[in-house]
Design a protein around this ligand. Structure first.
Ligand code: 5AD
Ligand code: SF4
Ligand code: FES
Length: 348
């Protein structure tokens, strides 16, 4: 059933601890009955911080000269993927800034094939590489990727215009989401919460959009200002607690409204609170994406400030994460793709 907008607004407007705990509990019960309490891991490889785009909120935008641009070598990326496989992670995510040149498309294609080869086809591959042509989406799909994340960022088109330069087109991004579906990917999208000028009603509309587009996966997170961006002045006065609360409310409300989709508990939540990601799981999320990028690159991949684990390497994070998950009574879905049940049901 299509969610009721007023009910969504009501849930997103809750403020007292008591009301919020009720909301998180309700969402957790739905998560338990619809998708279970297994957390699926996707190791993230931050393949490159080179980006052709210039989104006003993002720390790695083209216009920020304050850090070194890198691209991980094929060999290093394959080593990271192999590590992921040996740790029994079911899947990994390849994430990078947006590039559409041939050399990049070829490089990614080769990497996808390489990962499939080294894992005997067993590692699931999710891509998060921005807007691309249908041909490119198809090439990467044929090479072995099967899920794609492309956040719509906000469905309020006026706000979208304010947060992006003129040549970043909302309609084009929409068309990319549909192309991904057409090619056959499991499609994930998401928004940022607490963007300047964004209202609760906008977030309710975002959830209706997820429903109408029938998305399989969600990756959302609070907007966290970054000093070296056109919105940098928002760093002063940024209210971490409020941002965290909005992030958790959005996870819970999406779980209640959309039921069987995969929802990620994102690193942005941990940037706001030491247990941010566990709180996300308790509010209804069921996917966690540990960063497996070598620490020597992590300083350079800061979309927002206060990103956690800049000094911990992947093997340190895994122990830490396993403890965190056991501590809240959940288990890890080792060696499983953990595909979105929403997707499997639509297909059957
Ligand atoms: N705060 C939080 N999330 C951000 N992103 C980019 N910049 C920020 C920020 N300052 C998110 C966007 C993008 C994803 C890769 O990171 O939603 O889609
Ligand atoms: Fe590039 Fe994505 Fe950052 Fe925009 S949000 S500047 S597309 S990395
Ligand atoms: Fe990185 Fe705990 S998750 S050290």
């Amino acid at each position: 059933m299509r969610p009721d907008k007023n009910e969504l607004i009501q849930m997103l407007s809750l403020e007292t601890d008591e009301e919020l705990n009720e909301l998180y509990k309700r969402a957790y019960e739905i998560k338990k009955s619809k998708v279970g309490t297994k957390v699926y891991f996707r190791g993230i490889i931050e393949l490159s911080n080179i980006c052709y785009k210039n989104c006003y909120y993002c720390g790695i935008r083209r216009g920020n000269p304050n850090f070194t641009r890198y691209t991980i070598s094929m060999e290093e990326a394959l080593t990271e993927a192999k590590w992921c496989y040996e740790q029994h992670y079911g899947s990994l995510v390849i994430q990078a800034g947006e590039r559409t040149d041939k050399a990049w498309i070829d490089f990614v294609t080769e990497l996808i094939s390489g990962i499939k080869q080294l894992s005997d086809g067993k590692l699931g591959i999710t891509l998060s590489l921005g807007e691309q042509s249908e041909e490119t989406y198809q090439r990467w799909f044929d090479a072995g990727a099967h899920r794609y994340l492309l956040r719509i960022e906000t469905t309020n088109q006026k706000l979208y215009k304010e947060l992006h330069p003129q040549d970043h087109d909302f309609e084009y991004r929409m068309s990319c989401l549909r192309l991904l579906r057409k090619v056959g990917y499991q499609v994930g999208t998401g928004v940022m919460e607490g963007l300047p000028g964004q209202s609760i009603e906008d977030l309710a509309d975002d959830i209706l959009f997820f429903y109408d587009e029938d998305v399989d996966m969600l990756g959302m997170g609070p907007y966290i200002p970054h000093r070296d961006t056109p919105l940098g002045s928002l760093v002063e006065g940024f209210d971490k607690e409020k941002a965290l609360k909005m992030g958790l409310k959005m996870i819970a409300t999406c779980r209640i409204a959309l039921q069987d989709v995969n929802i990620a508990t994102t690193t942005a939540l941990q940037a706001l609170h030491p247990e941010g990601r566990e709180l996300g799981l308790m509010a209804g999320a069921n996917v966690l994406m540990p960063n497996i990028t070598d620490t020597k690159y992590r300083e350079e991949y800061q979309l927002y400030e206060g990103k956690p684990c800049l000094d911990e390497n992947a093997d340190q994070c895994i122990g830490c994460l396993a403890r965190r998950i056991t501590s809240i009574g959940e288990t890890i879905g080792f060696d499983e793709w953990g595909d979105s049940l929403h997707y499997s049901k639509r297909k059957s």
